[in-house]
Design a protein around this ligand. Structure first.
Ligand SMILES: *Cc1c(COP(=O)(O)O)cnc(C)c1O
Length: 405
């Protein structure tokens, strides 16, 4: 997920345009900004690149999710169905509006299992939030059908899958709204930033106001703006937008390098019959930020991960099952509903009971999964070396396993 790897003169130029005028804020100061509107320009580029009608830039992916959830009218007591494998931001955003995160199992796509979603629907369910993890997508046809049938909102957390698509449409542009993160390690970066994408005018207008204290942005005079509802400050700065503008112009380059490197690494790992790969609902749409692969058992996977670590080559290979940020198994703060300010007692109870459910189906997948991050800077030789070392390690562990059986 490495836009920062190709930092260069293009980013410096866009940032310098802003530094020249000194107008670092995205709204107002029409005269002194001398026609420099980086945030607006980036929003237009996002609409064009990802095929959505509207884009609202904000200060982070987390802010984008919170803004989208609010603009979609999701709040107190509403249940939002999301996967057991995601980034903590997904449930942080849901909790921040007083809604209830309902985690359900994933399948071998590493995203929502549609059958698990179906089973989790209650009269309180308001939204299904697939998270397109690690560069690839959830089964959106199945999820859209469920949402239609039950009259639910579909919100795509596409923060990790910028530039991925499903059946010809870009991820993030398919649901009622979708979000990207432009934090430092995402496919393209603003240093910090995020965006709400939608095809619905009302969701856009609400996102626009919500992310800037409820301002209606109707007049030229900011001080005279009306506030039809209460908002927050989730604004992006012109400096951050400038970086994103340089990065979005390079996105095609990032994606084509990722696809090439991913294919080369995959062909090396494919030589081991015991290695299988993540299910990709639309293989042509994979953004290829990660190659996610499975071994036959947790025991073998742990032995391979331990051996890679011992050799000093684990870096860039993620064993999410033991990770504190991405998988429910280690979200103790959530499971115990530990917050600084009191949650409504009903919400607190719902969080504790929803997270203490049985996630054996997810465990059976995540405990066998390793995701290898695809770098933009790898040479062909480096990919061959990395792939061969992984293959040798897996073969060594498998041979040992056989000897002891
Ligand atoms: C990165 C990420 C976010 C949040 O983005 P920030 O910009 O870091 O706040 C949300 N969801 C997922 C799946 C992410 O990977």
């Amino acid at each position: 997920m490495p836009g920062f790897e190709l930092w260069g003169a293009e980013e410096r130029k866009e940032v310098n345009d802003v530094l020249e005028t000194g107008i670092l804020m995205r709204y107002g100061f029409d005269g002194p900004r001398k026609g420099i509107w980086k945030s607006k320009e980036l929003e237009e580029a996002i609409c064009k690149t990802f095929g959505c009608n509207y884009a609202q830039l904000v200060s982070s992916g987390t802010a984008a999710l919170t803004t989208a959830i609010s603009a979609l009218g999701i709040g107190a007591g509403d249940e939002v169905i999301m996967p057991s494998f995601t980034f903590v931001a997904s449930f942080e955003a849901v909790l921040s509006v007083g809604a209830i995160p309902v985690m359900v199992d994933i399948d071998e796509s590493l995203t929502l299992n549609p059958e698990a979603v179906r089973k989790a629907i209650t009269p309180k369910t308001k939204c299904v939030m697939p998270v397109h993890m690690c560069g690839s997508m959830a089964d959106l046809d199945a999820l859209q059908a469920i949402c239609k049938e039950h009259n639910l909102i579909l919100l795509e957390d596409a923060c990790q899958s910028i530039g991925a698509s499903y059946k010809g449409k870009m991820l993030g542009s398919i649901g009622d709204a979708g979000t990207f993160s432009f934090d430092f390690v995402k496919t393209m970066t603003c240093a910090e930033g995020g965006v709400v994408m939608t095809n619905k005018e009302d969701v856009y207008i609400k996102s626009d106001g919500y992310s800037d204290h409820g301002h209606d942005h109707k007049g030229a005079d900011r001080g005279a703006d009306l506030h039809p509802f209460i908002g927050y400050n989730f604004r992006i700065s012109e400096l951050h937008a400038a970086i994103g503008l340089a990065q979005i112009k390079k996105l095609d380059t990032f994606l084509s390098i990722q696809k090439k490197n991913h294919a080369q690494l995959k062909s090396i790992l494919s030589t081991v019959p015991e290695i299988s790969f993540r299910v990709i609902p639309d293989p042509n749409g994979d953004s290829c930020t990660f190659l996610s692969w499975f071994l036959p058992t947790e025991e073998i996977t742990r032995a391979v991960v331990a051996d890679l670590k011992e050799q000093g080559i684990l870096a860039g290979n993620f064993y999410w099952y033991d990770n504190n940020w991405h998988y429910i198994r280690k979200w103790d703060h959530l499971k115990n509903s530990i917050t600084l300010n009191a949650l409504h007692p009903d919400l607190k109870q719902a969080v504790i009971s929803n997270t203490s459910k049985n996630f054996a189906a997810s465990d059976a997948i995540m405990s066998r999964c390793v995701s290898t991050a695809i770098s933009l800077l790898w040479t062909d030789e480096q990919i061959a070396e990395k792939g061969n070392k992984i293959v040798a390690t897996v073969k060594k562990v498998l041979a040992k396993q056989k000897a002891t059986v």
